[in-house]
Every structure is written in structure tokens, then in C-alpha cells.
Design a protein around this ligand. Structure first.
Ligand SMILES: *[C@@H]1O[C@H](CO)[C@@H](O)[C@H](O)[C@H]1NC(C)=O
Ligand SMILES: *[C@@H]1O[C@H](CO)[C@@H](O)[C@H](O)[C@H]1NC(C)=O
Ligand SMILES: *[C@@H]1O[C@H](CO)[C@@H](O)[C@H](O)[C@H]1NC(C)=O
Length: 471
């Protein structure tokens, strides 16, 4: 008997990485399961020019296989006031979309057979709107299983045992968090947990909503995070590890940088790239430059100018890198490296000349690097990246440490000195180290997980079976 056709609605956060993953997940679901179609609601983030360019490119692209988009009109940045961070602005943007989302569900629930709604971990406040239509909601957790565990653990400490979670940042001893193998030093607890306002207004409510969800879909795979996936308490909804889901990237146009990279020996180039929100002070840029130069390794460095709005804005591009680099740096390294602006990261990571990746440890970047078998060196900046870095170095043996507790936007943040960066790069690029071996095994496992019979393949199937039971 053919299965009844049903539709899923995805609500990804208005961030390029999240939207890209939603599309990839939708493609996987509709290709593997003929009875599913997916509609993705696309919000735009005011002020994020790279993201907006990306979402606009989707408007003109055509996907066949039963995946379609509903684009919301862009909102002017100057119609928002009184926010102190990108995260707060995101919540305001989300609130502004709630009536529009309600309209979509009220029409669609009469014209389509809706089976479920999948909401980004950053959009859980919209679950109340979806609930008005009696639809089961699942959370798509774009970060890792260990951080999901940390959020749920701290939520329980707060709600059940009345602990003041933000105070834990001041504790004298390491903390046991069930989803991590090793005890966690308080200095790697990330800002979303230690900052009282962020914790109370965004992270705690998101953790509570995760517990209410019908299930939580995590972008990870069990071979990578077995410990974390087995660590949840019995009040946690079913967790589906279906990753790695990577944002598809359009084929890159060849140019000088990419041509140069193709001509370099295997595993000889270090990539330094810190995500769409990564940037550094001029003094820190100089420490990095000196370290890169002293290490003697070939490099590609994506270097971006900090936002003039601090944590409220997005970085932009330099018109002239020599403004911030040490005198003569570009001339001396002209043959060994390239300093460039924003890059579509996978295009570079997938090249076999890349031998190591200095990264902010955003989870997308981590998954991409493992997928291409590139060892990591940690330089966390924001969100939960300090915990991710700690897990990669201490629990998983997949990264070399440069820093674990660097926090972007922290007024007291010390510079990471040249010596630490240079050492990190040297250890990262060594030919024979445990990290390189572990990463190359994990590359294989990440690919096997998605194949027929693999762990994530099976997990996706059980998720889809779950939809069919409800619809
Ligand atoms: C070359 O292509 C890469 C990848 O598409 C891009 O990031 C870079 O800005 C381009 N231009 C130069 C001069 O490197
Ligand atoms: C990484 O490699 C080392 C040495 O081969 C090993 O001791 C360690 O357990 C590995 N880590 C993981 C997570 O496999
Ligand atoms: C992974 O390794 C196994 C065992 O060595 C091999 O049979 C398999 O083809 C590899 N798979 C991928 C996707 O690399």
C-alpha cells in the first residue's frame, strides 16, 4: 500500500549555516522517502549581508524533489532598537515573524496534510504558534549532542534543584556534566550559560522547549558522540543523531587563490578561518601573522574586519590587508600564503593540499573538517564554542589546542600570544600525530554513518517512521 503523502514544515534560524542544513536535510528526506514533501520557511536576518545574499540566491534556484521555500519579506534593520547582541536581535526578528508564521499554518493546514514541524534550536519560541495547530514539533539541534546535554543538565539544575547556574562559572573546581567524558573547567563554560541575561531569556527557555518537543534531531553521528548520546536523563525526548548534515555549496569559480591551492603539495597548507562572525583586534591579528610566518607553513587565512557595532553586528571585509598586518608581511609571504576575505569554506577544506584547520570550532565547521579528514586546532570565539573546543581536544582527541577559553567580546580578553599560536600550528601540521590519525578514522566513520545501513541512516528512518505514526 503506498504511503499517504504528507508534508513537513521546517523553520530554520535565519542564519546561512542553519538554512543550508535545513535544505540538505529536506533533500535527504524527500529523496529517501517518496511520501514526504518539505516546505522551508525562510526568514532574513537584517544586517547580515552574506546571509541575505545566500537566501536571495535560493529564491532564484529551483529544487525539484518536493522541497519548496516560502520567503518572508526582509525587515529593515533600523526598525529594531534596544538590542545588545545579535542573539537578542534574532529573537526580535523571530517575534516579528510569529503572526506571519501563524497565517501560513492556518492556510496550509487546510490545504495540505501536515505531519510535523521541525524548528531550529534557535527558534523554539515559535513552537507555541505551531502548537496552536496541534502539530507535533521536533527541534533541529544544529550544535552537538554534548552541548544539548549541557543545556538540559543546567536546565534541570536550575528548574528542579533551584541552583543558580550562572554562578557555576565562579566555582573553584571542575564540573561534572554528564554529556562530557572529562570534568569541565569553569573557564570554558560559554557565555550563553554564564551570562545571566542570556541564560534566563534565551538558553533556559530553549532547553525547556527541547524537553517539550516530540523529539530532538541532532546534527551529529553516534560514532563521534557516543558518550553524549547515551548520557541524557529519562525526561529527555527521543534524540535522533542524523548527521553529518553539511550545507551544500555551489561549485566554486576557479581563481588565483584556488589555483594556487591546487598546486601545493598534499597536506601542506594550514587554513585559518573563523566563521561568518569571526574577527580580531588589530593587536591579535599581528600575533597571528607573526605566528603564521614563524611557523613557516603554507597558509590560507580568511581575515575579516570587526564590526563597528561590536557584538551587535557582523564583520566586514578589509579593503587593504596591509592596514592591519605587520610591515612587509604580505611581501614576505607572497609565495607561501594567501590572505583573503570571506571564503566558502568547504571549497577550500575539500582540497587535499589542506593539512590543518585553525577554527572557531563552530559545529558546522567541525563537521565539515571531519568530513574532509582535516585535523583541527581550536580557537573558540562565541556561542558555545569553548565547550566544543574542550570536547574536541580532551574528550575526542580530534583537535590540537591553541586556546580553549578565548571569548570574543569579553572586555578582559587577553591576547593569545604568538608562541601559543605558532606551537599550535606546528603540532597541528606535524605529519605523525594522534589527532591526524583519529581524524582520518573519523572521516571514514562520518561517511559510513550516512550510507545505507549506517547509524545516521537508520536514525533518520526511525524519525520518519515516527512522523508516519502521527500523521
Ligand atoms: C577566489 O575564490 C574563493 C572561493 O570562491 C573566494 O573566497 C576568494 O575571495 C576569491 N578571490 C580571491 C582573490 O581569492
Ligand atoms: C586518538 O588517538 C590516540 C592515539 O592513537 C588514542 O589514544 C585516543 O584514544 C584517540 N582518541 C579517540 C577519541 O579515538
Ligand atoms: C571505511 O573503511 C572501511 C574499512 O576500512 C572500508 O571498507 C570503507 O570502504 C571505508 N568507507 C569510506 C566511505 O571511506
Amino acid at each position: 500500500m503506498p504511503m499517504e503523502k504528507v508534508e513537513l514544515v521546517f523553520i530554520p534560524a535565519p542564519l546561512m549555516g542553519h538554512i543550508g542544513q535545513a535544505i540538505e536535510l529536506a533533500n535527504k528526506m524527500t529523496t529517501q522517502f517518496n511520501h514526504l514533501s518539505v516546505t522551508i520557511l525562510i526568514m532574513k536576518f537584517p544586517g547580515d549581508s552574506i546571509g541575505t545574499k545566500y537566501t536571495n540566491s535560493l529564491a532564484s534556484s529551483t529544487l525539484d524533489n518536493r522541497v519548496n521555500f516560502i520567503h518572508f519579506p526582509p525587515l529593515p534593520l533600523d526598525s529594531f532598537t534596544g538590542y545588545k547582541s545579535i542573539g537578542e536581535l534574532r529573537n526580535m526578528v523571530l517575534d516579528r515573524h510569529k503572526p506571519l508564521v501563524r497565517d501560513i499554518f492556518s492556510t496550509r493546514s487546510t490545504t495540505h496534510r501536515l505531519a510535523a514541524c521541525i524548528v531550529s534550536m534557535l527558534c523554539t519560541s515559535i513552537m507555541d504558534v505551531v502548537n496552536e495547530f496541534g502539530l507535533p514539533t521536533y527541534v533541529f539541534f544544529a550544535s552537538n549532542a554534548a552541548y544539548l546535554g549541557a543545556m538540559l543538565h543546567f536546565q534541570l539544575l536550575q528548574d528542579k534543584y533551584g541552583e543558580d547556574v550562572c554562578e557555576l562559572a565562579n566555582s573553584d573546581s571542575k564540573l561534572a556534566i554528564p554529556s562530557y567524558v572529562n570534568p569541565i573547567p569553569p573557564n570554558v563554560l560559554p557565555f550563553p550559560i554564564t551570562d545571566r541575561y542570556t541564560w534566563r531569556t534565551r538558553i533556559l527557555p530553549a532547553a525547556q522547549k527541547c524537553r517539550e518537543a516530540k523529539g530532538i534531531i541532532v546534527n551529529t553521528f553516534s560514532e563521534l558522540e557516543h558518550h553524549a548520546l547515551c548520557s541524557y536523563d529519562d525526561k529527555t525526548p527521543p534524540v535522533y543523531a542524523i548527521g553529518p548534515i553539511l550545507k551544500p555549496e555551489p561549485p566554486a569559480k576557479n581563481n588565483e587563490t584556488l589555483q594556487w591551492l591546487k598546486d601545493q603539495p598534499k597536506s601542506s597548507v594550514v587554513l585559518l578561518c573563523f566563521g561568518s562572525r569571526g574577527s580580531f583586534s588589530v593587536n591579535q591579528v599581528r600575533e597571528i601573522a607573526t605566528a603564521v610566518e614563524r611557523s613557516g607553513y603554507r597558509f590560507i587565512w580568511s581575515l575579516r574586519r570587526p564590526s563597528t557595532d561590536g557584538p551587535k553586528g557582523f564583520p566586514c571585509e578589509y579593503t587593504d590587508f596591509s592596514e592591519v598586518l605587520p610591515d612587509g608581511f604580505l611581501e614576505r609571504t607572497a609565495k607561501t600564503g594567501k590572505v583573503i576575505g570571506w571564503i566558502p569554506q568547504q571549497v577550500v577544506l575539500s582540497n587535499t593540499a589542506i593539512g590543518g584547520f585553525v577554527t572557531h570550532c563552530g559545529w558546522n565547521s567541525v563537521l565539515e573538517s571531519l568530513w574532509h579528514g582535516v585535523p583541527l586546532a581550536t580557537w573558540p570565539l562565541y556561542a558555545e564554542q569553548q565547550l566544543d573546543a574542550y570536547q574536541l581536544v580532551k574528550d575526542l582527541g580530534l583537535a590540537v589546542e591553541i586556546t580553549l577559553d578565548y571569548k570574543y567580546g569579553n572586555n578582559d580578553q587577553k591576547l593569545v600570544p604568538t608562541e601559543d599560536i605558532e606551537n599550535g600550528i606546528r603540532r597541528l601540521m606535524e605529519n605523525h600525530n594522534n589527532v591526524r590519525t583519529n581524524v582520518s578514522l573519523m572521516k571514514n566513520k562520518s561517511r559510513m554513518a550516512l550510507e545505507q545501513g549506517g547509524s545516521s541512516f537508520a536514525s533518520l528512518r526511525s524519525l520518519v517512521d515516527d512522523f508516519s505514526l502521527i500523521s
